[in-house]
Design a protein around this ligand. Structure first.
Ligand code: NAI
Ligand code: A1CAB
Length: 285
C-alpha cells in the first residue's frame, strides 16, 4: 500500500491506495481508469468487469489493469466498487451480484439514479458516493460533481474525491438534486461543445477549406478559448467575449446573429431538458 497526497480535499490530505473495481468497462470507466493510471495510480490495484472480453482486453493491454467478465470478481477484488453501467441496467446488474455486495462501499457514476435507489437495488443501507464525471477525464481535464449523504464515511468520501481528482477537478454539492445540475453543466456539456464544433467544421468546409484544416481551426480555437476561461478565473466570461468583439467588426456580426437566434435561450432549454431527463430517470429507474 502506498501513501499519496490527496491534494486540497475538504476531507483529508492523505489517501492510501486501495483496490478499486469498476463494474462496466465502457466509455466512462475507460476515461477514468486511463486518467488514474496516467496520474500514477497502481494499475494492478484497479479492476474493470464487463460481459464482453474485447473492451477488457483493450484496457488490460493498454494499461495493465486487472479485468474479469464476471462481476463477482469485482467484489472479491475490492472493498470499493464503482458502479459504471448504464442506469437502465443497474438494477438487474445489482440483483445478480453475490451477497457480499452488502458489505461493500460504492461510488456511482450513473446519471439519474439516487443514493436511496442504489441502496434499494443492493438490498442494504450501503455507503454510496454519487458522482457525475465527464469524458474529458480521459485526458486529465475532467469535471466531476460529488454528493454523499451526511452519514457517509469520511474514508469513502476521500476515496471518491481522490480518484476523480486524478482525472480533473471535483466539486462537492450539498443537495442530491444538484447532481442533476452538474449533469447539465458538466456531465453532458462536452457533447454540446462537440456539437458546436461539428457545426463550425461543416460551415468552414462549406466556405472552401479541407476537412483537416477545418478541424484544426475549430479544435484549436475551442481549446484556446477553453484554456482562457480557466486561466482567467477573475474575468467574466462576457468580458472575454467582448475582448474579441470589435465594434462594427466581424465578431459583432456573428454575435448579433446568435442574439437574433436566441442562442442563450436555446442553451438554457437544452440544459433544462438534461435536468428534466435526469429527474425523470430518477423517478422511474
Ligand atoms: N458517457 C458519459 O459522458 C457519462 C456517463 N455517465 C454514466 O456512466 C455510466 C456508464 O456510461 P458509459 O460509460 O457512457 O456507457 P457505456 O455503454 O460505454 O459503458 C457501459 C458498459 O457496461 C457494460 N455492461 C453491460 N451490462 C453489464 C453488466 N451486467 N455488468 C457489467 N458491465 C456491463 C457494457 O458492455 C458497457 O461496456 C452510465 O451510468 C452513465 O449515466 C456519467 C457521466 C458522463
Ligand atoms: O447522457 C447521459 O445520460 C450521460 C450522463 C452525462 C453524460 N452522459
Amino acid at each position: 500500500m502506498s501513501q499519496v497526497s490527496a491534494g486540497t480535499t475538504p476531507h483529508s490530505t492523505q489517501f492510501t491506495h486501495e483496490n478499486i473495481a469498476f463494474i462496466g468497462a465502457g466509455n466512462m470507466t475507460s476515461a477514468i481508469i486511463r486518467g488514474m493510471v496516467k496520474a500514477g495510480y497502481p494499475a494492478n490495484m484497479l479492476m474493470a468487469t464487463n460481459p464482453s472480453q474485447e473492451k477488457l482486453d483493450v484496457l488490460a493491454n493498454d494499461l495493465g489493469i486487472m479485468t474479469a467478465t464476471d462481476n463477482a470478481a469485482a467484489l472479491d477484488f475490492a472493498e470499493t466498487i464503482v458502479l459504471a453501467v448504464k442506469p437502465q441496467i443497474l438494477a438487474d446488474m445489482c440483483a445478480a451480484l453475490p451477497e457480499s455486495k452488502q458489505d461493500k462501499s460504492y461510488i456511482s457514476i450513473a446519471a439519474g439514479v439516487s443514493v436511496a435507489r442504489i441502496q434499494e437495488m443492493l438490498d442494504a443501507p450501503v455507503q454510496v458516493v454519487r458522482t457525475m464525471p465527464n469524458t474529458p477525464s480521459a485526458i486529465g481535464m475532467g469535471m466531476t460533481g460529488l454528493y454523499a449523504q451526511n452519514n457517509t464515511s469520511t474514508d469513502l468520501r476521500i476515496c471518491a474525491e481522490y480518484c476523480l481528482k486524478q482525472v480533473g477537478e471535483t466539486l462537492w454539492v450539498t443537495h442530491e438534486d444538484d447532481i442533476n445540475t452538474v449533469i447539465a453543466a458538466a456531465g453532458s456539456s462536452p457533447a454540446y461543445l462537440f456539437m458546436f464544433a461539428e457545426a463550425m467544421q461543416t460551415k468552414t468546409q462549406e466556405l472552401g477549406l479541407t476537412e483537416q484544416d477545418a478541424k484544426l481551426l475549430v479544435a484549436q480555437a475551442l481549446a484556446g478559448a477553453g484554456k482562457m476561461l480557466l486561466e482567467n478565473p477573475d474575468t467574466d466570461f462576457a468580458t472575454l467575449r467582448s475582448n474579441v468583439t470589435s465594434k462594427g467588426g466581424t465578431t459583432a456580426a456573428a454575435i448579433a446573429s446568435f442574439h437574433t437566434a436566441n442562442l442563450a435561450d436555446i442553451i438554457a432549454d437544452a440544459m433544462q431538458a438534461a435536468v428534466d431527463r435526469a429527474r425523470e430517470m430518477q423517478a422511474n429507474i
